[in-house]
Design a protein around this ligand. Sequence first.
Ligand code: ADP
Length: 448
Amino acid sequence: MLLLLNSYPLLVSENMVFRSKVTTMQSNVSVMVYSLSGLDRLNEENVAAAMAVVEETGLSRILVTDAAGKVLYDTRETDSAVGKYVLYAEVVQALMGNDASSCIYQNGAFRSRASSPVLYQNQIIGAVYAYEYDTEQAALLAGLQGNLLRLSAFIGVVVLALSLFLSMALTKKIGNLLTAIRQVREGAYSHRAQVSGRDEIAQIGQEFNSLTDRLQTTENARRRFVSDASHELKTPLAAIRLLSDSILQTDNIDPETTREFVADIGQEAERLSRITEDLLRLTRLDNSILDPPVAVDVLPVLEQVMRMMSLVAQEKGVDLTYEAADGCTVLATKDEIHQVIYNLTDNAVKYSGAGGAVQVSLKAAGNQVVLSVADNGAGIPEEDLPRIFERFYRVDKARSRAAGGTGLGLSIVSDTVKRRGGTVSAANRPQGGAVFTVCWPRMEGGPA
Ligand code: ADP
């Protein structure tokens, strides 16, 4: 770029000087040829007389030769060529009847030459040759060259300083980012990259920070899950241990108490297996290990769950009713749908208690299949609603445990439904009680 800046203007101005020189020289020579044009023969005297009236043109040398190339007139006083033959290329060209001109730039000077034949009745009777040695314009050009060079040097230094500054700033930013990446890789999830500005590096930094935010959230959730899971597993294990120790360490324990303790042990073991089953189900959902979906008509599955749950509801004194429509086909598996309806209905029956009423409804609405499970129990405190689908989250731990809950039922519902592109929400009914609504994408034209 700088090279171009240096050479292009010089080349252009040199070219312009060349062209103007050639034109001026040629017009000068034409003037001289014109003043010689009345002569039928050229000799030293008549040429000198004719040339005497030609205006001073500032040329370095003017030669007039006869048709043979012998010099008749020479403006150079020392070492004059008068009487000698000259064989300059331009003179030879002129004697052959052509105009000739040239201009070169050499050693800080423009050397321009031009020549033309002198004709008398279409006969070449001689030639005029002019030569100019110009250092003035050459000095101007050299000055321009010098200025350009200084300008380029200045630009070069500024560009170098600027790129040095920029690369240092860039290196520092990348260094900061690398440090942050290493820190986070070592497990310091709370570390954030210090980035300022709006350039790409800053954007990478911001992206990295939001990535780390997510990583930290996931890591926190994972830790909480592991600690919650171990706590959940520990409780029934501790109970089993306590019960078995009691049986072993109590002397003369009566068979009735033993039977009671063993029954309790059985219940705790059952709870353990329920929790591990739920955990396994969630892990499978987390790892996206899903059976391939098929078109499932929800209605027969719902009826099956209702048949099973009505016995449980009856036992607890809960009135379980349902209404369902045809044409509710979704892409999932039968087991998943069963699990979702079962978990929600089981909760509704569990948390509405004796004298409660649970209504389940299934309908197709537009391109969705909507399942709602409503009860008239205590409902869910508003502040707990947003967290109700979290793993192990319970509003009333004691009540949930007493009811045999694992705290995982709703998160299984939520994960299962979401994996198939659906949504699930919880709300409180104005007349009291909770309502859970599941929406699946509806499959058009599925089996009725
Ligand atoms: P659990 O095994 O404890 O029932 P879930 O994940 O199924 O776990 O439910 C989480 C919590 O949500 C429950 O502990 C309970 O506090 C609350 N909950 C769920 N369903 C209902 C409902 N129908 N009415 C009131 N509270 C409910």
